[in-house]
Design a protein around this ligand. Structure first.
Ligand code: CA
Length: 237
C-alpha cells in the first residue's frame, strides 16, 4: 500500500479546520490538527508532516513566528491560510519562508491544487540534480532553460536578459506565487532598490511579448500587492 502523505493543519477556527480535514482525508492524505500555535509546533516537531497548512492569526502566537522557527531546521512545505485583507501579512509570511498561501474562503479544488503544487516543488528540490534542465511547458508557452529560449505556439519570443531572468524564475517555480521582493532580489541582486516600478515595467513588456491579450493574461497572473504566479507546468500536472 502507498503511504499517505501527512498534513498538519494549524488553525483555530474549528469549522475551517474540519472542512480542510474532511476534504483531505477523502483524498490521498491523512491529517492531524492543532488549534493553537504551541500545540502546532509540538506536533510539527514530533511528527514531521509532509506539509503544513498554517493559519496566520492564532490565539497564542503569530503564524509568522511558526514559519521562522520551522525554517531554522526544515524546508518542509508550508501553505499559509489567510484572510482576504491581509496582504502585508501574506508577503511577510512568504518572505519568512512560506511556500504559498490560500485566501479564505477557498474551495476544495483550490486547496488541493495548492497542496499538490507545494508538495511537487518540495520533491523537485530533492530530485533537482536529476532533471533540472527539462523545459517548462504550458498552454503553448515553452521555456527552454538549456538554450535560454522562450517560445509561444512554436514561435520564438525575443526577451531581454532581464525579461528572460524573470520568466525563467517564474517558470522554475510555476504554480507558486513569487513575491515582488524575491523576484527583484533574484533578478537585480540583494542591493537592488526595493521598488516595484522597474519590475512592473519589465512585466508589462513580457506580457506584451507572450500574452495574446496582455490585459487578460493567460500565463502570468498578478496577485495584487503580493507578486506574480505563472501557470503550472503541464508536465507536472
Ligand atoms: Ca485564526
Amino acid at each position: 500500500m502507498v503511504q499517505k502523505l501527512s498534513i498538519l493543519i494549524i488553525e483555530d477556527e474549528k469549522s475551517i479546520c474540519d472542512f480542510i480535514a474532511k476534504t483531505l482525508n477523502g483524498q490521498e492524505y491523512k491529517t492531524t490538527a492543532a488549534h493553537n500555535g504551541r500545540d502546532g509546533l509540538a506536533i510539527l516537531t514530533s511528527t514531521l508532516p509532509d506539509l503544513v497548512l498554517l493559519d496566520l492569526g492564532l490565539p497564542d502566537m503569530d503564524g509568522i513566528d511558526i514559519i521562522k522557527q520551522t525554517r531554522q531546521w526544515s524546508s518542509l512545505p508550508i501553505i499559509v491560510i489567510s484572510a482576504r485583507v491581509q496582504e502585508k501579512e501574506k508577503v511577510a509570511a512568504l518572505d519568512a519562508g512560506a511556500d504559498d498561501y490560500i485566501t479564505k474562503p477557498f474551495g476544495t479544488d483550490e486547496l488541493l491544487a495548492r497542496i499538490r503544487t507545494a508538495i511537487r516543488h518540495s520533491n523537485k528540490i530533492m530530485s533537482d540534480n536529476v532533471n533540472n534542465n527539462r523545459p517548462y511547458s504550458a498552454k503553448g508557452l515553452v521555456v527552454d532553460f538549456e538554450k535560454r529560449r522562450v517560445l509561444v505556439d512554436g514561435n520564438e519570443v525575443h526577451l531581454t536578459r532581464v525579461e528572460y531572468k524573470i520568466v525563467s524564475m517564474l517558470a522554475q517555480n510555476s504554480g507558486k506565487v513569487i513575491t515582488y521582493s524575491s523576484l527583484i532580489n533574484q533578478v537585480w541582486g540583494p542591493y537592488a532598490d526595493d521598488n516595484n516600478r522597474i519590475l512592473r515595467v519589465n512585466m508589462a513588456n513580457i506580457r506584451r511579448k507572450i500574452e495574446k491579450n496582455p490585459g487578460e493574461p493567460e500565463y502570468i497572473f498578478t496577485e495584487l500587492g503580493i507578486g506574480y504566479r505563472l501557470i503550472e507546468d503541464e508536465n507536472l500536472l
